[in-house]
Design a protein around this ligand. Sequence first.
Ligand code: NAD
Length: 479
Amino acid sequence: MQVIQNYIGGKFVPPASGQYLDNHNPATGEIFGKIPDSDATDVETATQAATTAFPAWAALPLEQRHDILRAISDGITRHLHRLAEAETLDSGKTIFASSTVDIPRAALNFKFFATALLHFASESHQMPGVLSYTLRQPLGVVGCISPWNLPLYLFTWKIAPALAAGNCVVGKPSEVTPLTAFLLGEICNEAGLPPGVLNIVHGLGPKAGEAIVRHPHIKAISFTGSTRAGAEIARIAAPMFKKLSLELGGKNPNLIFADCDYDKMLDTTVRSSFSNQGQICLCGSRIYVESSIFEKFKKDFVARVNALKIGDPMHPESRHGAVVSKMHFEKILSYIELAKQEGGSVIAGGKEVRLPGNLAGGWFIAPTVIEGLPLACRTNQEEIFGPVVTIQPFDADDEALVLANGVPYGLSATVWTNSLSRAQRFAAELQAGIVWVNCWLLRDLRTPFGGVKNSGVGREGGWDAMRFFTETKNVTIAG
Ligand code: NAD
């Protein structure tokens, strides 16, 4: 039994209550570990440690701050194998994904922001005889709360810019996937991060997470997770005037036009539908295909989907692992049932998969394709966040746009076309924070990342993240 602890003031400490939660392996359904069931007392201790560490961390010469963050990046790379195994054990994602996407990206997040802090600058404005300049100062102690789908990847995507900008952090990874965040504490100590600069409190969202949001000395909350929890966080934080960055759910359209590069589109659409068992906020879960190629696409797509190798997430050849928890497994299956009740036809998957041996209790769902559903049904309006996509034909560009924009979410959209004018029109008119044309999940970390509508407020990435984690102060000097 693997028992993990909170990381507070550079030390690994048990929760004040002495209470722990079970941690399950999604590939077997078995309990393999215990995680702290932390509460407001632990958050208070972590916040005090962060508050104590803040003045020295904020005053550290930039080169030294850079060197420490860079050393954390190197530490993640050095421990890649161990971290990838932990991520797969905890989340059910394939070791292929953990070792080629999740952990390398976590290392890159620290490398990227270690470099960014050396180049971060602020503005100045001049009038005759008058100079105004803007100070960008760290906020103090900030809260970073992350979800289970890309555990270390998204946790570090928040922590790295927060630390780079000179803040101290109280972080909470998802209670469903806490393992790599626990290991990150060890790596931070090895890298020479001063005690208290980063503190990691494990536990439930409405308990430990909410205590972070409520704490009066925590100045900003960077949150990635469900729209439901984001709304709750906004409700609590707004009267305290905290800075908020909310990266929330999605129901992303994937628009496929007959003039696209078909083979590239097909390869990418399999990935954009089912990577990480469809548990990426950027996955395209509503696929709209121009009528003239709909039947061909349907046949080719279903053949490719049925060929996806479902297997032991730890096996290097597996390309489709388990979904993250029993609760999530049941939620996804209930949506497949709902889709049938709403009149949809399941043309691939549509059921759980029972693997042999010790994986028999695992939470595996076959990649599922459903057709014949209107835009207005719940299956097409609500986020399922699993290996389930709907496909539907369209005839005209205007119709495609109405379908794409007809949901409450607006995170990302993908457009497949070789028409420049169509690409430009859709890029401008799609209601989304991110539009990919002829590609998917191609990320330049300098670009703004985030959604519109119910997909959240604020932008992460590049200078947007550094600006979020700093407060501006204008200084005007008359000569
Ligand atoms: P979730 O909202 O249940 O939990 C996310 C995190 O918030 C967890 O650490 C959880 O413990 C914590 N939390 C929950 N309730 C809280 C509360 N009241 N106060 C404070 N913290 C609270 O989400 P999840 O199920 O872990 O993740 C899946 C969701 O995340 C999906 O909706 C997905 O679209 C979204 N997501 C969005 C992005 C993005 O960039 N927009 C990226 C990944 C995932």
